[in-house]
Design a protein around this ligand. Structure first.
Ligand SMILES: [Zn+2]
Length: 440
């Protein structure tokens, strides 16, 4: 018998690797933070001598969810301003609140609040874009989450940097500082075509290629963005970025609600990944990402919540359901984005967008042990005809009981193990008081 760290015995195991598969009475064997085997439970009991056994008789085990686009520190601005158009929301509310409040401490407290919410909701990996990415990296490290931390780039000054050269300089310093960190990586995060000019984008392309870092950027979020770009330079943002050589396999295009057939074909040819954020697009009335057409063209479409200021939660299970429902509505086809395809978007497609498809996104031997358990023996998910149907169309994040990243438990039986929830909530309340008093 082989000694291993952990044997997980769920009622159902959803590997995601083969679309639609649900294994019954299978075990997940974990050692040294990695999945060593997925096999029938009866064989596993004979083959392995685990130091710890996790028995989950009413649960489905699935890969940790990958949130491909968020601004985690913005959880402190959740509900500050709602029901406004994107530019009115940004210029009238979010940017002034940020100018008055954003600091290392604000970001660290915001990311801690986001981390508590993400872990409780089954998210094990997030791709972030915000100021003070050093704070995001520190909190990700402290809470055990896997993170891709955005090295934000803008033309205008903020508390993080004064000009684009300084944004890039500070980003590179953080990239160096994080070298050798197994769970926290960096990604370039030029904010959007309308906030970053050509010179910094050219520099981002050079450095991304040189250092092997990805690029994560808002793109074609609204029709007004396209209009503005046509007026400013006579090109759609997609064309402008393509001519700057920015679009490629290492590029994550966030939102993409306005797309021509040629742009969709080009996205597939260039290997660009799309970060689909349906709830943010709905809330800001930004438009509809043509998910079914992108998938049919062969584009990798992953799923993100966007920040909690425009969603207003970081609930990937909720996002998964919204994505599945919206895709059907937009395509006028109830068979568009079936449950298994939606789950793939929230797991393996996110891993692929981050260049981590060999590491996470599915439950397969050799991959990192990033997995979550959901209790399906609850009123919302009974009776149970199809596991995937319940997970995508009925289950809520309150049914997530256990969350592991690289074999380490972050949530056990509903209890957060790596952060102090009471203190995190108290800090969030303090920020709310400060932000409210400044507003008056
Ligand atoms: Zn965003």
């Amino acid at each position: 018998m082989q000694a291993i760290d952990l044997l997980v015995l769920p009622r159902w195991l959803v590997p995601v690797a083969s679309a639609g598969a649900v294994l019954e009475d299978h075990a997940l064997a974990v050692d040294g933070g990695r999945i060593v085997d997925v096999l029938p439970a009866a064989f596993a009991r004979q083959a392995f001598r685990p130091r710890e056994t996790l028995t989950l008789p009413d649960h489905a085990l699935l890969p940790g969810l990958v949130n491909i686009h968020t601004h985690s520190a913005m959880s402190l601005l959740r509900g500050l301003a709602d029901d406004l158009q994107l530019m009115e929301w940004l210029q009238g509310h979010i940017w002034p609140a940020e100018a008055a409040n954003v600091s290392y401490a604000f970001c660290a407290d915001g990311v801690r609040l986001a981390a508590a919410e993400m872990i409780r909701g089954g998210t094990t990996c997030f791709n972030d874009m915000y100021f003070f990415p050093d704070a995001t990296a520190a909190v990700a490290g402290e809470t055990g989450l896997r993170a891709s931390v955005g090295l934000i780039v803008l033309d205008f000054p903020t508390a993080w940097a004064q000009n684009w050269e300084e944004y890039i300089h500070r980003g590179l310093a953080l990239h160096d500082q994080l070298r050798g960190q197994p769970l926290v990586r960096t990604v370039f995060a030029p904010h959007a075509p309308y906030t970053v000019s050509d010179a910094p984008l050219k520099r981002v392309r050079e450095l991304a290629t040189e250092l092997g870092i990805g690029v994560h950027m808002h793109l074609h979020e609204t029709a007004a963005e396209i209009e503005g770009s046509l007026q400013a330079c006579g090109k759609r943002p997609w064309q402008r970025l393509r001519e700057l050589d920015l679009l490629g396999q290492d590029f994550i295009a966030v939102h993409m609600t306005q797309l021509s057939e040629e742009e969709i074909a080009e996205a597939a040819r260039l290997g660009v990944s799309v970060a689909h954020c349906p709830e943010s697009n709905l809330k800001l009335a930004s438009g509809f990402c043509p998910v079914a057409r992108l998938l049919a063209a062969g584009v990798n479409v992953a799923l993100g919540t966007d920040g909690a200021a425009s969603n207003n939660d970081l609930d990937m299970l909720g996002e998964l359901r919204s994505a599945a429902l919206l895709a059907k509505g937009v395509a006028g086809d109830a068979s568009a984005l079936p449950a298994a395809a939606a789950l793939h978007m929230a797991t393996l497609a996110g891993a692929r967008a981050l260049g981590l498809e060999e590491e996470i996104g599915s439950l397969e031997p050799g991959k990192s042990a990033d997995f979550i358990a959901m209790d399906l023996n609850r009123p919302a998910t009974q009776p149970l005809y199809h596991v995937l149907s319940q997970l995508v169309y009925a289950a809520g994040r309150d049914q997530v009981t256990d969350v592991y990243v690289a074999g380490r438990a972050l949530l056990r039986d509903g209890k957060l193990l790596t952060l102090n929830e009471a203190e995190t909530l108290a800090r969030a309340a303090e920020w709310r008081n400060k932000i409210t008093s400044l507003k008056q």
